[in-house]
Design a binder for this molecule. Structure first.
Ligand code: ZN
Length: 153
């Protein structure tokens, strides 16, 4: 089970988004942190000080507009994840971002959450649907993450 550290003025929003993730990610425990508390993270050297969470099955979710980097999330296979939430994010954007990083932590060979295009192009039906442009990018992410989640034992 994952343990999430949440640093956000509206933690209820994050908690309900986490509960809306599919199993095995929808059961978790959490700790609320005061503003700017880095919890179990250390600032990353590689990613402009972005908080890095290396603890196994541990998430750090924080509300900030981190100025020094374009990244919004970090994860370590077999380790933890950190996800930044900005004022512009919709609920579904946040949910998909957290889901994406959670998938990185349980990544098996050949299941890379960053390889969505390869997954789409691998199948003629999906390729045609994508070419037709009838599904939003978030819908594709949902379908792909569902597929990856289904591969987790
Ligand atoms: Zn990724």
């Amino acid at each position: 089970m994952f343990r999430h550290y949440i640093e956000c003025q509206d933690p209820g929003r994050i908690i309900s988004l986490l509960k809306n993730l599919p199993a095995p990610f929808s059961s978790f425990s959490y700790t609320l942190l005061p503003q700017y508390d880095l919890g179990p993270t250390t600032p990353s050297d590689q990613y402009g000080g972005f908080p890095e969470c290396q603890l196994h099955k541990t998430g750090y979710i924080f509300f900030r507009n981190f100025p020094t980097t374009a990244i919004r999330g970090l994860a370590f296979p077999g380790g933890g994840l950190s996800v930044m939430i900005t004022p512009a994010d919709t609920d579904e954007t946040i949910r998909l971002r957290i889901w994406h990083e959670l998938l990185h932590t349980v990544q098996q060979p050949g299941q890379n959450p960053d390889d969505m295009d390869a997954w789409i192009n691998d199948n003629l039906f999906r390729r045609i649907v994508r070419w037709l442009g009838i599904l939003s990018e978030e819908t594709w992410q949902r379908l792909y993450y569902d597929y990856l989640t289904g591969l987790i034992e």
